[in-house]
Structure formats: C-alpha cells, structure tokens
Design a protein around this ligand. Sequence first.
Ligand code: IMP
Ligand code: MG
Length: 339
Amino acid sequence: MKQIIADIVIGLSYGDEGKGKVTHHLLKSGDYTHCLRFNGGCNAGHTIYHNGEKFVTHHIPAGVFFGVKSIIGSGCVVNLDQFYDEIAMLENAGITTDGLVYIANNAHIITDAHLEEDSKDTVIGTTKRGNGPAYRDKYNRQGIRASEEPRLIESSYLIDLYRELYEKDITPVILCEGAQGFGLDVDWGDYPYVTSSHCTTAGALLNGIPPQAVRKVYGVAKAYDTYVGSKDFHGKGRAFDLIQQLGNEFGSTTGRPRQCNWLNLKDLSRAIKVNGVTDVIINKVDILRAADKWNLRSYKNDSIFIQLGSEVGWKKYLTNYISENTEINIIFSDSPERI
Ligand code: IMP
Ligand code: MG
C-alpha cells in the first residue's frame, strides 16, 4: 500500500481556538507536502500572523503561506466569490497562490440560493454563509460539485484528490487543517446548535486519508470557552465581559461577540478521547493572566466551577485532569504569534 503520513489539527471546543496559529506553526517545519482543509466553508475564519502581518482566511489552507500545496478538500463547501476574493487578497499581499491552491473536484459549491436561505436563519445563529443548505443539498444528492462548476472547469484550481494522494511518485505528508470544533460537530456537538460538517479526526479521514496514515492529532483549545450562536452560553458575572474584551472575543467572520465561559473539563476530555488527540494546545493563557482569574468548569451547569487561584495551580489541575491514564503532550501558549 502506498504510504501516506497525516497530521491533523482539530478544534476541541466551539471553533476560534487558534487552530490557524497552530497550523501555521507546524508548517514552519518544512515537513509537509500538502495542507488540506477538510471540513466547513467560509463560516470559518482562520486568523494567522505571517511575518508580522495579520491575515484572516476563510477557505484557503495556511499551507499557501509556505509554498505548500493547499487543498480545499472533499469535506468542504465552497463559496467561489469568497474563494477568488481570498486569492486576490493573498496575491495583493505578495503571497504566491499560483500552482499552490486547489479545490477537490468532489467538494461542493455554495450557491446564491444557499446564501439567501441561510440569511433567514433565526434559530441556530449561523454565520449566514450558506453552509447548512449546501450540505443539505449535498446529502440530498442535489448539490453541485466543484467539478461541475463552469468557473472552475475553465480554471487550474480543480484537483483529483485520489490521483494526488495515491498516484504520484511521492510520499504525501499532509497537514490536515480542521474548521470549527468538537462542540459544533454535527454528530458530537450540542445538536441542533452545531454546524453541518464533521469537525473531528474522522472528518479529516473522509477526505481520502487512510486511518493508518495518522501520525499526530493536535487538539486545540482555549484557556476559556467561547461560543457564537443562539444558545445561552455566556457565564454570569463581570469576569466574562472582561475576558471577552481582553481576549477580543468577536467573530473573525461575522464580528459577533463570542459568549464566554470557563473551560469545561468534561467537554474537553470527551473531545480529546473521541478525536484520539496526541497533543493538546491550550491557547490564550495570557488573557486569563490579564484577567487574573484561574477557574475551570466541571459540569454543564454554570454554577459548579473550580477556583484554582493561581496560574500554577490552574495549569497543574488541568494537566492532571487531561493526562490522567494517558500520555498526552500539553502545551500552554500565551502569545498570538507563537506557540
Ligand atoms: P454555520 O456553520 O454557519 O451553519 O453555523 C452554525 C453554528 O456554528 C453557529 O453557532 C455558528 O456561530 C458556529 N460557527 C460556524 N463556524 C464557526 C467558526 O469558524 N467559529 C466559531 N463558530 C462557528
Ligand atoms: Mg475562527
């Protein structure tokens, strides 16, 4: 069998955990031949600091910043206007996209009708980017695949994932970049307050990656939980407003304020197990430090939380909780640009 190696970056919470930063960091190794976005559409907003400049991408994987072949995979839905805007944005910033950016021919297209329908959502609090309707049509066998879209047929952007991964004379080393997170996964999240795609490790495999290929699974969380959408999530008390301000917790796609709460240990633990995470990255520890609040939640009920009182105590408690009975590498990050 052809050898393929895959590392997977996934969100352990509700998106906005800082996956973009982790992917960007991993790509610096120069180890990867491909970077693959494996789920979602332009509901995602990946914030990346590259050579000191801030970029927000919605579709195009971070590999493009390093000259690595960057593929929007079969698990994705694509808004072509957004895609071409992003190509232009990158080119204007001096980032070469030519011969590097591809869309899997079996990815699906987000149409104007999908956008129109999603714009009327009042129940879930979607990003109104047409995701739900696009995935519904895909599974209802009424969708439009990238290979059928006239604007793409005439372009050099289409790619056959099978041919690329299995029929070329190289060993693909793929960095799989997830969008959203476990709490928004269509199967494992808080249904119906979820997105319409698979945000898990399994979701990466759906893009033509065999299970044996998986080397590392990087699970990304934040030092506190945030969520954007219709359900009531924001904790009670001024600390959460403070964290929202200090952490600049406003959506990178829609600008909506993200509701904040303490990091939920049970949910985090579920996400780590179901995704087979090998390395956990906890981002934005600097924000808790600025707020000087070192709390965690252990139940869904807001009122039950654990006050640790200090950064050292908080890290120790969290580390013990996560690594109980398992060998998981835990990394705490306190900088937007570095891990
Ligand atoms: P949709 O993905 O636009 O259908 O939205 C479904 C739910 O997922 C809503 O609560 C959105 O706010 C949330 N969501 C979708 N994408 C992201 C993301 O990239 N970050 C955070 N929340 C997201
Ligand atoms: Mg985001």
